[in-house]
Design a protein around this ligand. Sequence first.
Ligand code: FE2
Length: 409
Amino acid sequence: MPDFPKRDLKEYVDVGHSELENHLRTQNAQFQSVLEEAYAGRKLTDFLWLNIFGFAFHYLKSRFGPRHPYQFYPSGDDTGVYRMKADNETTFIALLSDWASDTPESDRVGAVVASHKPDYSIHLGDIYFVGAPSEVYDNFISPTASWPRGKWGNLVLSGNHEMYSNGAAFYKMLLPTMGVRVNPSDGSIYSVVEKPSGGSMIYEQKAGFFCLENDYWRVIGLDTGYTSVERPFVEILSPPDCHLRKEQVRWLKNQLHLENPDDRRGIVFLSHHPPFSAFRTAFPRPARQLRQLFGDFLRPVLWIWGHEHRLVGYQKREVAGLPVFGRCIGHGGMPVEIDLPKINTESILFYDQRRRKNLRRIGIGYNGFAGLKFDKETLNIEYRDVEDKVVVSERWTIDIQTGMVDKME
Ligand SMILES: [Fe+2]
């Protein structure tokens, strides 16, 4: 597959949330690349095929065609629950969200993450504009792609943009490049990037959700992307609510047992969509579903999400009865929004509103990522920007006697 030319961050300013507009933008980006290479005589034909027929075909197929079948665990002997590398040693996980824009900015964030040599790298979703095969390839797979591969593993969640093209490239192209290895000699499961050797096997990521855990913490990736889009007409009667599909709920119940009072590990949820927001429409239904799964053993959770292109930390609050410390890190690779919050402004603990530059006369902020360092009961989180400066750092702790996660001042 050819590498399409790098995109300019300007292309992403003011991108709307409709599938139609995002398909048009993908088509236009591909057309521009053909224009740059084509002979003059070919341009009209290329334009017709790529912009009109190509666009109409892909858009209609995506809007009216079936979504890629939902994938879930168990899948063979893969349960989707993996031990972090060498149990209980310090583990560094890099989280990037809304990063896959294939711009100089996303390259720079990728390079900064790579310089920290993450054990695991996790993308919280949204490949722009529509998660097309060329977009998956350019961001994650091409030899020049800047996805900062984790030494021990790479995992991805789906956002809404992957589903704008029915999720086919997400499931068929991207997941097989994310690796998980089982080491049968000691029963541990490790995620690695290397080729299999000795008696170990590589497990490809098989679903849009997973759990990485050690004796103190569980990092649980939730799939809210698959249910974030709906077919035309159906979406009017039943607007998408990002709910956890029954297969995922069954996995949470049967593999993770969140209600078990003997398992007091700290819970860190990851998802693309926000359960609440001070800025835009949020999606509380997954929180309601999770609340039920906790049963009588209710305890606070740390929940990190993307979707909104900004860095925000919220005060602890209840969402559908679930106590949540919420963090939004959707500032990975898109123009970062720095506008004022609209609602619940008092709920904000921190918000990176620094203006980096103007694009099309709109002030945009700093891209960045979150680095999570797990060290027994302690979890240090550093929110770093594209220049590798620490914007905010936090120290969390899990009381393994009670299962209570809290922030240390
Ligand atoms: Fe999104």
